[in-house]
Design a protein around this ligand. Structure first.
Ligand SMILES: Cc1cc2nc3c(=O)[nH]c(=O)nc-3n(C[C@H](O)[C@H](O)[C@H](O)COP(=O)(O)OP(=O)(O)OC[C@H]3O[C@@H](n4cnc5c(N)ncnc54)[C@H](O)[C@@H]3O)c2cc1C
Length: 444
């Protein structure tokens, strides 16, 4: 085969896809990136969009700006034909298109799992994309407004109670932000609602917060949360969520917390595409539906298909560094093959550490032998996030917003518009009405 004609299709422009595309920049291959949205999402800072610190644009730069001049297609990959070596792309115009590949890198990430209780989602949204972040933001700031309007003290208490399910980094960071909003950032802005009485409850079935971190850092994070006024309820399983509250099972028996505002930050599930790939290739999956890949990140029996990042079951954590290194590794393997070189070593993850913020000036960071907490941990967190944030413009505006929010008390991004609610409903309707069109083949 003429190596110049080699077609690499990358599904997903998150951390894995972006690093694969960048590493393939000088490789003599025709690279196509297919992503469901027009932007690359920096998920680790989504909670700051939800808390009104950052704008959505700061954490979601356009893919076309990051990869100028490259072949980028907007659409969702819904299936793979491994015999014909094509992926099926569902485009926003309602049509399906086939895109052929010689090598395929799938980096479609993961979503939240409600452990079979999908009905919880309506009352306890998760934080996975920009829509979620804006929804969570609306619910948080709306709750404070409603508490201000409410005459009945019991209902006002319900508006000022927030329950977060899942004590991993997202749950911890969001809980810290809501507590900080109530107790510091919004102080003095409401006359009738006593924001100091706000109750933030963080619930998890496990026995410590941030279970992926070192024991001492988990304990430090818990202490910092307590200092912020967050109630941490461990060894507690949520059994039901409705519009008015949460039912839980604790060591002492059943308990219910009345709260209008709930968020879900527990569990991971592979996207639907993982099941399609497993069905097409016979690849095994883990309990979350992630593809079990070979040591070189390829699908068993299909050396031309790589699965990297959150969608791959490798025994590694679902963090950005695993996806970045996996994407770059897949690109290097493709380059070696095109250059006629023998196979390289299996994928080896270089663990650069783990971080989570609790509030301003307070974070925990697990970096090999270094276990940092408090202000030192927070400064480390600040540097690392600025370094990895994509685009110079975003780094500058993010730093400005951080100055406003952390040194002062401002929350620059508190708006949620009626238009957003209408747009979301309209999009939902369009999606339901669109019937997939004829599949079309593109540049064979
Ligand atoms: C709220 C939150 C906070 C986090 N905090 C941290 C943190 O502090 N530190 C850390 O290291 N990690 C953190 N993570 C995890 C980290 O973001 C993920 O591990 C990482 O994004 C995985 O990269 P990925 O490339 O596998 O998937 P993603 O980055 O999720 O990218 C997947 C991409 O694929 C696209 N896509 C999905 N399905 C399709 C399809 N069928 N067709 C086309 N495109 C598709 C999506 O639009 C997306 O652009 C956090 C995650 C979340 C949700």
């Amino acid at each position: 085969m003429n190596t110049r004609e080699h077609r690499v299709v990358i599904v997903g422009a998150g951390f894995g896809g972006l690093f694969a595309a960048k590493a393939l920049g000088k490789v003599p291959a025709r690279v196509t990136v297919i992503n469901g949205t027009t932007y690359h999402l920096f998920e680790p800072l989504l909670y700051q969009v939800a808390a009104g610190i950052l704008s959505e644009g700061e954490v979601a730069p356009p893919i076309r700006e990051i990869l100028p001049g490259r072949d980028i297609r907007l659409g969702w990959v819904t299936d793979v034909d491994v015999a014909a070596r094509t992926v099926v792309v569902s485009s926003p115009d309602g049509r399906e298109r086939l895109v052929p590949y010689d090598s395929l890198v799938v980096a479609a990430g993961a979503s939240n799992s409600y452990f079979g209780n999908e009905r919880f989602a309506e009352h306890a949204p998760a934080l996975k994309n920009i829509d979620d972040a804006l929804e969570v933001r609306s619910r948080i700031f709306h709750a404070f407004e409603m508490a201000e309007l409410e005459e009945d003290p019991e209902r006002r208490r319900q508006w000022l109670t927030f329950v977060l399910v899942g004590a991993g980094p997202t749950g911890v960071e969001l809980a810290g932000q809501i507590a900080e909003l109530a107790h510091r950032a919004l102080k003095g802005q409401y006359r009738r609602a006593d924001l100091a009485s706000t109750r933030v409850v963080l619930v998890d079935a496990v026995d410590r917060v941030l279970p992926a971190f070192d024991q001492h850092l988990s304990a430090a994070a818990r202490k910092q949360l307590r200092r912020l006024g967050v109630e941490v309820r461990l060894g507690t399983r949520v059994t039901d969520v409705d519009a008015y509250g949460v039912k839980m099972e604790t060591a002492e028996g059943e308990e219910r917390i009345e709260a209008y505002t709930k968020f879900w930050a527990a569990g991971v599930a592979a996207p639907a595409l993982a099941a399609r790939i497993a069905a097409a290739t016979g690849a095994p999956t883990d309990r979350a539906g992630r593809i079990r890949v070979e040591p070189d990140l390829t699908v068993p029996g299909h050396p031309e298909i790589f699965v990297v990042g959150d969608m791959a079951a490798t025994g590694l954590p679902g963090v950005a560094q695993v996806a970045m290194q996996g994407g770059a590794y897949a690109a290097r393997t493709i380059a070696r093959r095109l250059a006629g070189k023998p196979a390289g070593k299996p994928f080896k993850y270089f663990d650069k550490g783990n971080m989570a913020t609790i509030s301003r000036f307070s974070a925990v960071a697990d970096m090999g032998p270094l276990h940092l907490s408090g202000l030192v941990g927070w400064l480390g967190w600040l540097g690392v996030h600025l370094f990895y944030l994509v685009g110079f413009k975003n780094k500058v505006t993010t730093l400005l917003h951080w100055l406003i929010s952390f040194l002062g008390r401002g929350r620059a991004e508190r708006i949620s518009t009626t238009q957003q609610i209408h747009a979301r409903t309209a999009l939902q309707l369009v999606r339901e009405q669109v019937t997939p069109g004829r599949a079309e083949e593109l540049h064979r």
